[in-house]
Design a protein around this ligand. Structure first.
Ligand code: HEC
Length: 149
């Protein structure tokens, strides 16, 4: 096959651009768990279990990163989501918000079925709470936050 020098150079440049672009697009994002700076005084193991099951992955620094969170592209979506969730509410770090304020926000999100987010539930069916479990989590978080420094 005959290629002119110009074609060769263009192909070479295109290849370099493709390689550079793919390293940006396909590089997995870092799944970091920053240090836990605040320990909660759980009112019961049940509250803790419900919280861990339905909320902890995005609102603490003890995220359980699934295997697919290490896949290219997917990793960016998941990491962004966790970073966003932690920014709104992170029980692993100190906050200036009052316990009742946080507990009310949690109650609102659970009652409106806004949390856990739907796209999380598709991949984590175990995070789905029954009505009884929702109420138990709401009440338990109220007491837990109230007695946590
Ligand atoms: C898959 C990650 C994920 C899970 C699991 C999750 N959240 Fe969230 N949460 C987010 C993100 C992202 C935001 C910020 C964007 C938004 O409000 O949708 C958020 C926001 C919040 C807020 C602040 C809302 C506001 O607008 O002030 C509260 C409160 C909250 N979540 C509570 C919970 C509770 C309670 C659970 C468990 C029942 C839970 N979340 C589970 C990702 C998550």
């Amino acid at each position: 096959m005959f290629m002119s020098n110009t074609t060769r150079i263009l192909l070479f440049i295109a290849a370099i651009i493709a390689i550079l672009a793919s390293t940006v697009v396909f590089a997995p994002s870092v799944q970091a768990n920053p240090p836990v700076q605040r320990q909660l005084n759980w009112d019961s193991p049940q509250t803790q279990a419900l919280w861990d099951r339905a909320c902890g992955d995005c609102h603490t620094n003890t995220t359980r990163w699934p295997w697919y969170s290490k896949l290219p592209v997917v990793s960016k979506i998941i990491v962004d989501h966790v970073v966003e969730g932690r920014k709104e509410l992170n029980l692993s770090v100190a906050t200036r918000k009052s316990a009742s304020n946080i507990a009310n926000e949690i109650e609102k999100q659970i009652k409106k079925n806004e949390m856990p987010p739907n796209n999380y539930l598709w991949l984590h069916p175990e995070a789905k709470l029954t009505d009884v479990e929702k109420q138990a989590l709401i009440d338990g978080m109220k007491m837990t936050l109230q007695k946590s420094p």
